[in-house]
Design a protein around this ligand. Structure first.
Ligand code: DP6
Length: 319
């Protein structure tokens, strides 16, 4: 078989990956902990057997993203492989801090390995996805996922499955356009210029341990406190870079205020924000409806999307 398809969902980091230990190998500077989503998806189909690689994203050729896809296909199937026609579709906005590269590369490695008959195990697929985009390594796994740094590279595991602690996530989309600075370049700038970068890296193990313990005890308040703290620290590192990197907009701040209001009213919710202006709100199921309604009526919010926690990337049949 030379053709295969796969689906992956984005993941949202609660303890963030922000910085690279090795830029060439795309090895993260620290570990991270994330949740894999369920209802947002990217589907990738790979067909080996054309002369030159070709990438079609949501029906449109995407030449600027092709070199990264080509490198990823080489790493999965070897440099001597045939050319590939790769088609991708997502049900959410890409390149705006919504982890589109995570679901895209997670789905790509699964589809490419299957189409080329490589038979890679999940751990190897995760490593290959991580080389293309660090956060993508986590989208191979279900539910609460920890990416640890080891002497051999990365080690990714599920800490708790989606049914073991069924949280809900509301994504408040404030801006659908692509971002000005990609996360990879932004991380490098932070490492080179932000006076806060090294202390961010040094304190990461503490945050990972706190989040791991909160997940093991299903302690929502503790998980929320550590996730918000970790997110705000990451953005402080960016604000301290030269030139500064500010992904937030007025609407981002308005959403954060909405979350504070929900918390004051007794709802179990917390926010996190990645390399973009969107706000992701994690909640216990009983607070999801109130959170969705409050975010949807927050000024500057264009739309909201809701998702449960989901499973890692897998093969699918696409017509
Ligand atoms: C803020 O995985 O997009 O979402 O490895 O350069 O592709 P590259 O970076 P990427 O960075 C994700 C950054 C983040 C935090 C996170 O997901 O942990």
């Amino acid at each position: 078989m030379m053709q295969a398809s796969a689906q992956a969902q984005p993941n949202i980091a609660l303890v963030k990956y922000w910085g690279k230990r090795d830029v060439a190998a795309n090895l993260p500077a620290t570990g991270s902990i994330s949740i894999t989503l369920d209802s947002l998806w990217t589907r990738m189909s790979v067909n080996f057997g054309v002369a030159d690689d070709l990438l079609i994203v949501n029906g449109v050729p995407a030449d600027e993203m092709l070199p990264r896809v080509t490198r990823c296909l080489d790493s999965v199937a070897g440099k001597g492989r045939a050319g590939a026609r790769v088609t991708s579709a997502s049900n959410f906005p890409i390149a705006a801090g919504l982890a589109s590269s995570a679901s895209a590369f997670a789905a790509l490695v699964v589809a490419a390995s299957d189409a080329a008959g490589c038979g890679h195990e999940r751990a190897e697929l995760s490593r290959l996805a991580g080389r293309a985009s660090g956060s993508a390594a986590r989208s191979l796994f279900d539910g609460f996922v920890e990416l640890a740094i080891t002497s051999a590279g990365i080690d990714v595991t599920t800490l708790a499955g989606p049914a073991e602690w069924p949280l809900q996530v509301i994504v408040a989309v404030t801006e659908e356009a692509g971002k000005a600075v990609g996360s990879g370049d932004a991380m490098i700038r932070c490492a080179q210029t932000s006076p806060f970068y090294q202390s961010w890296v040094d304190r990461q193990d503490e945050d990972l341990a706190a989040a791991r313990a909160a997940i093991a005890r299903r302690d929502f308040a503790k998980l929320g406190a550590i996730a918000e703290h970790n997110c705000l620290k990451m953005h402080s590192v960016m604000w301290g870079a030269r030139p500064p990197i500010v992904y937030w907009t007025k609407a981002t701040l308005a959403c954060m205020e909405t979350v504070r209001g929900l918390q004051d009213a007794g709802h179990a919710v917390f926010f996190t924000i990645d390399a973009g202006p969107q706000v992701k709100v994690v909640c216990l199921p009983e607070s999801a409806e109130a959170a969705q309604a409050a975010l949807a009526s927050t000024e500057g919010v264009r739309k909201t999307m809701q998702s449960a926690l989901g499973i890692g990337a897998r093969k699918v049949t696409v017509d």
